[in-house]
Each structure stands twice: as structure tokens, then as C-alpha cells.
Write a protein that binds this ligand. Structure first.
Ligand code: AVJ
Ligand code: FE
Length: 505
């Protein structure tokens, strides 16, 4: 017989997550919350209704056997039966908030009165509470990427802390082959697609310690990566030709680079620090003088002399803070961040790329994407114990020193800025910062059994979805578990995703 359920803690968790959801809506006007930011993504306001609708579906209707609270809302906020195009005509925000509050009252009552020992799998170990929490958390992430698509002037600025400066080695990590347990091995909540756990054998490979940066991707763009069909898969090239993609989603061709040189000091440093003619360089890094030393406040800079070690393309060169500023002055792109358009932040991971772009970039570097097996092995396997970790750093819950997650910075952070979050093999940013495209197609593990919410994973096993791993800066902590699988069609670019490269050993 198990002890009393932590009802109060569950209510507290659900309510505090809800406050965050409402906080996201507070970043924009009522009008903006009701509008489409992008034709492929529902209005912000729809997500609140859908979150409440899902709570009602499982608690009020499935578990309590009551009729829907409101038949109209029922239809409107059902993701399967109401096509996205018709989600533009929504009730006022105050009505949707009222609906969500009514449903929540019902949920609280249910949690207090439920018979937790009746053997219903929806109730066992509080499954339904975790499920609703994670569902809402995932919709928060969708709301965040929608906010990211809106121009900065339509959002109320929010203050975020500055991430610490820390720049990791760029040397690829050699991961010895081996066997490990893939999928959820613990008693904590997981989705059906993470189960059952399975033993997987992985061959030895090399993996980048961090995701591909804007700097790296800029070099690919500058060197004509988007116009060299030999780098792209057939499907990827067709996509590129059709969409005319030529830059990641949030990159904006900048004004003349010198336009950013607004400070006297920086302009002077620029004159002193750059070789003659540097202003004419399209991609300034090749000719930049490199500093020495490393530690806080320095940037691992690329080098044209990459040496003979192909696993160390960037040569481990370091450049000073001043040079980092100069380089920014000369980057020909701006980047749209949540609250401002800024010169492209070179040490941040590239985002806003489809899997097609990720594949082309990887091939350009003579590398490839990781399979999801390789990804999970690098994130979870601990050779010291032979077992797997719940999170890349171990079993402790995510914390701000280990990962950029839960919108703490409202954007990406420089790659590898959280050394305490490294996995056993030394890979950084395996939890948070950006989702990572893998080369794997979303499919069930052998012995897959759908959970009560049958349409959570199963409809997406048709071979058209690619797996992403690792969580982003907007992902809530529990979803950073190494076994969590995300999926999208390979041509989607608006999600908060980048990628990491690997290569055969
Ligand atoms: C796992 C992010 C692909 O958004 O369709 C939300 C999550 N499922 N409501 C999605 C989800 C049902 C899902 N992804
Ligand atoms: Fe949903």
C-alpha cells in the first residue's frame, strides 16, 4: 500500500507552470496574441485554450466521466479536429482565461477526491499530473517559438541575466563503441515513445563537443554552401530550390558592417587591430590576427590555418574580447533575437535551420549528423558505472549552472557555456540551448505500446518525421532527460533547433 499522494505539491506544480504560461501571453498585446505570427503556427491565444482543453479532456471527461465543459471550446481547441487555418477567430483572451480557470478548479477537486489506488494507469504514480505538466510545458515552448517569430517591437521586453563567458575546446571527442540502455530506464515520467528501454550497440565515432555555431554556419553561407548542390541530399536540394532558402530564419542581411562601429573606442581598435583592407573582407575571420591564452572573456576563434588535424578545424585559436567586438563589426548579418535585432552573435549556436540545411553543412565540413542512438549514448552513457544517466550531467535535476533551459535567458547562450552540464564523454549543451537535429526518422522502439493518449506519438510514426534531441533554451527541466524524443518534419525551421556534427571513427 503506498503512502498518501503529494496532492498539494502536484497542485503547486501545475499552478506555477500555469503562471508561466500566462506570463508568456503578457509579453504581447491581446491583438498580437490572437494573430498568426506565421501561417504554420497557431496564434498564441489558441495554445492557452488547447492547454485547458487537454486538461479537461483527460481529467473532466476521461477520468470523471463528465460531459465537456463547453462544446464550442471543445471543438475549437482540439488540435486534431480543428484545422490550423480556422484558429484565427478566437474568443476574447479573458474568456479563454476564464475557461482555463474553470477547468483548473475541476482538476483541483479531482486531485483531492480521486481514488489513487484503483489501478488505473492514468493515476499510477500521478501519471496524469506529469503528463498534463509536460504537455503544457511543450506548448509553452511552442508559444515561445511563436513569440520569437514576432518582430521585437510587438513584445514587452523582459530582463534576462547575462550568461557567463566560457568557451570550450573545439576538438572532436572520440566516443568508444559500446552497448548501453536506450530509453527511459527509471521510475520517472516518460512518454510512450521513450519505452520500452532497449539495449543498443553503438560503433566508435567522433562527436563535436558543442553544437555548430553561427560563426561556423556563416562560413558555410559565405563559401556558397547554399548554392553547391553536391552538399545537399536530393530531397534537401529540392526543398532549397523550392523555398529559395539562403540564410537561417532569424538572420537578416545587415547594413554595411561599419554601421555598427558606433563607439569611438571600437572604431579605433578596429583600425589598429585589423590588417589593411579588412573592411572589404566578406568573411573577416580568415585574416584576423589571433591572440593567445584562454579563460574567461576570450573567444575560441577560427583560423584559416586549420592544421592537418581535420578533427580540429578551428585550430583551437583564441581571440581577445576586443577582437571579438571587431569581428562583430564586420559580420554582414544581423540576427533577430527575442527583443532586439543585433549583430550576429558568432559564438551562439546556429538556429532556424531545417534538417536539410544541417545535413548540407555537415557534409561541407566532411562530417554528418548523429543518429539518435549516438546522440543518446554521448549524452547518457557513463563508462564509470556502465549505466545511463537521467540527464547528461547525472541524476540531479537541471539547474542554471548546468544548462540554458526554461527561458532563463530568453534566447541562446554561447555554445558550451555550462561546463558543469557536460556529459560523461565531455559533450556540452546536450541539455538545453538548442534542440539538435539527428539523422534518425521517428519510429517506435520494439515492443512499443501506446499510452492512454494514443495519438501522442503513434500518428507520427509514418516515416516523415525526423528526431530532435536535447531540449532548447525554452524547454522545461524534466524534458531535458536524455531519453526524451522530439520530432518534426525535416523542412521545419522555426523550432528552436540547431545541430551537432559527428564523423565515423
Ligand atoms: C513533440 C513537439 C512534436 O507539438 O506536436 C503537444 C508535442 N503533442 N501536444 C507537438 C505535443 C501534443 C508535439 N511535439
Ligand atoms: Fe497539445
Amino acid at each position: 500500500m503506498r503512502g498518501p499522494q503529494p496532492i498539494e505539491a502536484w497542485k503547486g506544480r501545475l499552478d506555477s507552470l500555469r503562471r508561466e504560461t500566462l506570463g508568456l501571453l503578457d509579453l504581447v498585446s491581446e491583438e498580437t496574441a490572437a494573430a498568426f505570427a506565421h501561417p504554420e503556427w497557431s496564434p498564441l491565444r489558441w495554445h492557452l485554450g488547447h492547454i485547458a482543453y487537454t486538461e479537461s479532456l483527460w481529467i473532466r471527461q476521461t477520468l470523471r466521466g463528465l460531459p465537456p465543459f463547453d462544446a464550442n471550446y471543445e471543438r475549437l481547441f482540439d488540435n486534431i479536429h480543428t484545422p490550423r487555418e480556422s484558429r484565427g477567430d478566437l474568443p476574447p483572451l479573458s474568456d479563454i482565461r476564464g475557461y482555463a480557470e474553470e477547468i483548473r478548479k475541476d482538476t483541483r477537486r479531482f486531485l483531492e477526491e480521486a481514488d489513487w489506488d484503483q489501478g488505473n494507469p492514468l493515476l499510477a504514480d500521478g501519471y496524469i499530473v506529469d503528463f498534463l505538466w509536460e504537455h503544457e510545458a511543450q506548448h509553452q515552448e511552442l508559444m515561445t517559438l511563436i513569440l520569437q517569430l514576432l518582430p521585437p517591437e510587438r513584445k514587452r521586453r523582459r530582463q534576462s541575466p547575462e550568461p557567463a563567458d566560457w568557451y570550450p575546446s573545439r576538438r572532436m571527442i572520440r566516443v568508444p563503441g559500446g552497448e548501453f540502455t536506450m530509453g527511459t530506464p527509471g521510475p520517472w515520467f516518460s512518454y510512450d515513445n521513450e519505452r520500452p528501454p532497449k539495449t543498443v550497440r553503438v560503433r566508435e565515432y567522433w562527436v563535436d563537443p558543442a553544437p555548430v555555431t553561427n560563426f561556423d554556419f556563416g562560413a558555410f553561407v559565405h563559401r556558397g554552401g547554399y548554392s553547391d548542390s553536391s552538399l545537399w541530399t536530393k530531397e534537401g536540394w529540392a526543398w532549397k530550390e523550392r523555398t529559395r532558402a539562403s540564410l537561417p530564419v532569424h538572420w537578416i542581411p545587415g547594413p554595411e558592417p561599419t554601421a555598427h562601429a558606433d563607439s569611438e573606442g571600437l572604431a579605433a581598435t578596429t583600425r589598429a587591430g585589423l590588417p589593411e583592407g579588412a573592411r572589404q573582407l566578406d568573411w573577416p575571420f580568415d585574416k584576423l590576427p589571433m591572440g593567445a591564452g584562454r579563460g574567461p572573456g576570450v573567444l575560441l576563434a577560427p583560423s584559416s590555418s586549420t592544421g592537418s588535424d581535420p578533427s580540429n578545424r578551428l585550430g583551437g585559436r583564441i581571440m581577445s574580447v576586443e577582437l571579438r567586438q571587431i569581428v562583430r563589426l564586420h559580420v554582414p548579418w544581423l540576427e533577430r533575437t527575442m527583443f532586439a535585432d543585433v549583430p550576429l552573435r558568432l559564438d551562439h549556436p546556429v538556429t532556424g535551420v531545417s534538417r536539410f540545411e544541417a545535413e548540407a553543412y555537415a557534409r561541407w565540413e566532411g562530417k554528418r549528423l548523429l543518429t539518435e542512438e549516438e546522440w543518446e549514448y554521448a549524452a547518457a552513457f557513463d563508462p564509470a558505472t556502465g549505466g545511463v544517466r537521467r540527464y547528461p550531467w547525472g541524476d540531479d535535476p537541471p539547474s542554471p549552472t548546468r544548462a540554458n533551459f526554461a527561458r532563463r535567458y530568453f534566447g541562446t547562450t554561447p555554445v558550451g557555456a555550462f561546463p558543469e552540464g557536460r556529459s560523461a564523454c565531455g559533450a556540452l549543451d546536450m541539455g538545453g540551448n538548442v534542440w539538435e537535429w539527428t539523422s534518425s526518422t521517428f519510429s517506435p522502439y520494439p515492443g512499443f505500446v501506446p499510452d492512454a493518449y494514443k495519438d501522442y506519438s503513434q500518428p507520427f510514426f509514418d516515416g516523415t518525421y525526423a528526431v530532435l534531441r536535447g531540449g532548447s533554451w525554452a524547454t522545461q527541466g524534466p524534458l531535458l532527460r536524455c531519453s526524451f524524443r522530439n520530432w518534426y518534419p525535416p523542412d521545419v525551421r522555426e523550432i528552436l533547433a540547431g545541430f551537432r556534427c559527428a564523423r565515423d571513427a
